[in-house]
Design a protein around this ligand. Structure first.
Ligand SMILES: [Zn+2]
Length: 84
């Protein structure tokens, strides 16, 4: 048995994800936001980014409106860039 890191839920919207195994790679996809990953052994590579609505919803959940609407307190966060 090899130890592999597997996603159980979508990191973006926490929806259950489906795993399609084939050959030496598995394709993981989220039906909720459309994001998809390809798993080779223990390495994970993103095939498809989640849709814009999901990213926006996640961001709004992480950063409440009162923070987002206040330019003074909003740090120049790079989470948005990192998520792309
Ligand atoms: Zn998702």
């Amino acid at each position: 048995m090899t130890h592999v890191v597997e996603l159980e839920r979508c990191p973006y919207d926490s929806s259950p994800i489906s795993i399609r195994r084939g050959g030496d790679a598995s394709v993981i996809s989220c039906d909720a936001c459309g994001a998809a990953w390809e798993m080779h052994g223990s390495s994970l590579r993103r095939l498809r980014a989640p849709d814009a609505d999901t990213l926006k919803a996640v961001r709004e959940r992480l950063f409440p409106p009162e923070i987002l609407s206040s330019k003074r307190t909003a740090a120049t966060e790079t989470a948005g860039n990192a998520a792309r």
